[in-house]
Design a binder for this molecule. Structure first.
Ligand code: GLN
Ligand code: ZN
Length: 762
């Protein structure tokens, strides 16, 4: 292979990557079987190879003429890149077997702490965070990539390996042991990527894709310039495949122009979130292949083929060659609409999961080359299906729109907070340092059995309700025995804190097989928000009032907040997401009003996803935080000042959302405090937050039982930062993943600690 631009076959239709968990979660089952010792490494690899082959075959059959490979992973693509660069942390190096070493880095062992896991940009996918210490060395281990390419070539696939680019790899890694920011190591990585290019050329690869989504986020200053210099150096190598640099999840801004000035042959650009006119105006694209992401890779809506073709048309004059693609990997959407048998025709017509998206890409590519006429059938079907979206009554609920239009400041404002809290204290009569929990209790075998029996119709709804009530009885009795001050019902009836509400609200649809990978083998089935949201009947009142009837202690009502419901669903694309947030907020508001009417004195509205939806670009952040806060306040301001609102947040490093947390104006905020109580409280004090706060006193993500003395110490430290009137005592999250015995011991120690610190107060 000599000059890549001359020899590389141009392609016309592709996707930036595909899901790997399997259409029926085959990989999940095989990997979990391997962990349990039921599946051998060889059998696991057979399953993996088969899934890859089927996926490539599907893309080819549909008509994509360049097929992404190496988007397969046993756990996560960032972890795979750390393996490629031989940069796993030293604590796993003693594990001889490469697969076991890999899984140890991913999930830990009894004595190895796994890598940290965090959200992949603003998606719900979690990646493993590579650790870069000052003495971390890098070297290239391309065997796995090359093996996958060989498998693809043997299957006759026009394979385009996909590799995470060096800038994104380092920008998302974390410095450990006092090392400098990982991006400072960029010059160590460039030679390895050059070495990789050489191997790929040997393997007969025509195109390689380097993923650089970091270029759409303001993660660090100067990333665009760094991209210019890195990709000039990589493209300056003479013996290599043609290079495609892919940005996605937003507008790549300056980076497009900068990359256009380098010698890379192609750029993949997200035109669902990015602006096509800006791209068309970039000089220097005239001799490049532009892979235009006009089909949304991360949401589930059918593409308007006419619009997409117009977008492509805008680029025709200014780019060298044009290929059609999804905007990002389809990792983030379900495999296919095929198994969704309970969809009505209208709804089905509005949707496109991964398979349907590939077909859209192929159709657009053909229309681009040979004209629309040959594709008339697909364009007509698209127009007819989308037209029903304009007239479907479920999309426009007049009552909801009237309520939204009538919202005033008074609807998002409660009484002055200190007066409010004084009234609540008088009503509730709680001791200082009240003890409570975040909502869920262990998911017992009884709960799981009842749920399965209901699904298989072995029991009816009445029997299911009876069993859930008996779970509530046990959880209430348990909390009374332990001596907690504010009780919960334990959430046994909730399969998931978002899906539970989505199933009861108008405007949402739950899929039957719409699984997407959340992390590792964990998959979620996000509900689809497609229409105006309304709450036909109360959703939680019976459960909470039943729990309250069993005890004289206050029981908290438990709701999921509007931002979190939105963040963990696929959302409609025909109105601003803030409008959808306000609609959900009104439904939650109705629920708080009904809970209050039923005599519930404390209502918790969880917003663990508040920070997740934070936009990637700094310029967009304030606007987001403003509507997110407004949505929360809309959902919690319909009740009297005597009713106490709690919220729960799931992170300890607030960073840019700290001001918003204070602005939520909840009476009590429970929050994860993994770093230390003091820091969490100092951060909140710094923005003038003066309401109640419950920094989690122990980590529920680990089975370890904290000693009472340890909890006492952190409570005393907390009292240095906030006065005893404001401090609540709680674990740092819900308890549903824990075992009952640990929970009893931990909470008992927590109550003991609270009591002894309480006794020292004057
Ligand atoms: N109330 C929920 C629970 O306890 C909160 C879960 C969460 O923060 N993700 O399970
Ligand atoms: Zn939590």
């Amino acid at each position: 292979m000599s000059t890549p631009s001359a020899s590389a076959r141009r392609f016309t239709a592709t996707t930036l990557g595909t899901a790997r968990i399997g259409p029926n979660r085959e990989l999940k089952r095989a990997i979990e079987g391997y962990w349990a010792g039921r599946v051998s490494a060889a059998d696991l690899e057979v399953t993996a190879a088969d899934l890859r082959r089927r996926s490539w075959e599907e893309l080819g059959t549909i008509g994509l003429d360049s097929v992404p490979v190496n988007t397969f992973s046993y756990y996560d693509q960032m972890l795979d890149t750390a393996v490629l660069l031989d940069a796993l942390p030293p604590r796993v190096s003693a594990i001889e077997d490469p697969l076991d070493r890999y899984f140890a880095a991913a999930r830990g062992t009894s004595d190895i702490v796994p890598l940290e896991m965090t959200k992949w940009f603003d998606t719900n996918y979690h990646y493993l965070v590579p650790e870069i210490a000052a003495d971390t060395t890098f070297s290239l281990r391309p065997d796995r990539v090359l093996a996958e390419i060989a498998q693809a070539h043997a299957a006759g696939v026009n394979a385009r390996p996909v590799i995470i680019g060096p800038i994104t790899f380092l920008a998302l890694a974390k410095a450990v042991d006092g090392a400098a920011a990982p991006l400072s190591r960029i010059d160590d990585l460039v030679p390895l990527y050059i070495e990789l290019l050489d191997h790929l050329a040997d393997a007969g690869v025509e195109w390689v894709q380097f993923d650089e989504p970091a270029l759409v986020a303001d993660l660090a200053d100067g990333l665009a310039e760094m991209a210019g210099s890195v990709y000039s150096r990589l493209s300056g190598v003479s013996r290599r495949p043609a290079m495609l640099v892919a940005t996605y999840f937003g507008d790549a801004g300056d980076a497009v122009g900068t990359l256009a000035r380098t010698g890379v042959e192609g750029l993949a650009i997200d035109l669902v979130e990015g602006n096509v006119d800006t791209v068309a105006a970039v000089p220097g694209l005239a001799d490049k292949l532009v892979v235009a992401g006009v089909v949304d890779g991360r949401n589930i809506w059918r593409t308007d083929l006419n619009n997409a073709l117009a977008t492509l048309g805008t680029l025709l004059g200014s780019v060298g060659h044009l290929a059609v693609s999804t905007s990002c990997s389809t990792l983030h959407v379900p495999y296919s609409l095929f198994p969704e048998s309970s969809l009505d025709d209208n709804l089905r017509g509005w949707l496109a999961f991964a398979s349907e998206k590939f077909t859209e890409v192929a159709t657009l590519a053909r229309a681009l080359r040979h004209g629309r006429d040959g594709e008339a059938e697909a364009f007509d079907a698209c127009r007819t299906a989308l037209a029903t979206r304009d007239t479907d009554p479920r999309l426009r609920n007049r009552v909801v729109h009237e309520r939204l239009a009538a919202i005033t400041d008074a609807d998002v404002t409660r009484g002055e907070s200190s007066a409010r809290i004084a009234e609540q204290n008088a009503r509730l009569g709680l001791p200082a340092l009240p003890t409570t929990t975040i909502g869920s209790y262990p998911q017992t075998a009884g709960i799981r059995k009842a749920r399965a029996a209901l699904r298989s119709r072995a029991i009816d709804n009445a029997e299911y309700q009876r069993r859930m009530r008996s779970e509530i009885e046990q959880v209430v009795a348990l909390q009374e025995r332990i001596g907690l001050d504010v009780l919960v019902h334990g959430e046994p009836e909730r399969n998931d804190m978002v899906q539970y509400f989505a199933e009861q609200l108008d405007g949402f649809f739950a899929t039957t097989n719409g699984w997407v990978q959340s992390y590792g083998t964990r998959c979620v089935r996000p509900p689809i928000l497609y229409g105006d949201v309304a709450r036909p009947t109360p959703m939680t009142v019976d459960w909470i009032t039943y729990a309250q009837s069993l005890t004289s202690k206050p029981v908290k009502g438990m709701l999921t907040g509007p931002v979190t419901i939105l963040a963990w669903s696929f959302v409609r694309n025909d109105q601003p997401v803030s409008d959808s947030a306000f609609q959900i907020a009104l439904a939650i508001r109705d629920e708080t009003v009904d809970l209050e009417k039923a005599g519930v004195g404390i209502i918790q509205v969880d917003e663990p996803a508040l920070r997740e939806l934070l936009p990637l670009r700094n310029v967009d952040k304030q606007a987001y935080l403003a509507w997110a806060v407004k949505a929360f306040r809309l959902s919690t301001s319909g009740i009297a000042d005597t009713t106490q609102i709690h919220t729960h947040l799931c992170y300890s490093e607030f960073g840019e959302v700290i001001g918003a947390i204070a602005a939520l104006d909840a009476d009590v905020t429970s929050i994860e405090a993994a770093r230390s109580h003091m820091e969490v409280l100092d951060d909140l004090n710094a923005v003038g937050f003066a309401n109640g706060v419950g920094p989690g006193v122990y980590d529920i993500h680990s089975p370890r039982v904290p000693a009472a003395e340890e909890i006492e110490k952190s409570l005393s430290a907390a009292l240095d930062a906030v006065d005893s009137q404001r401090l609540w005592v709680n674990p740092d999250c819900g308890l549903k993943t824990r075992g009952t015995d640990e929970v009893v011991e931990s909470l008992t120690n927590m109550v003991t600690a609270a009591r002894s610190v309480r006794a020292t107060l004057t």
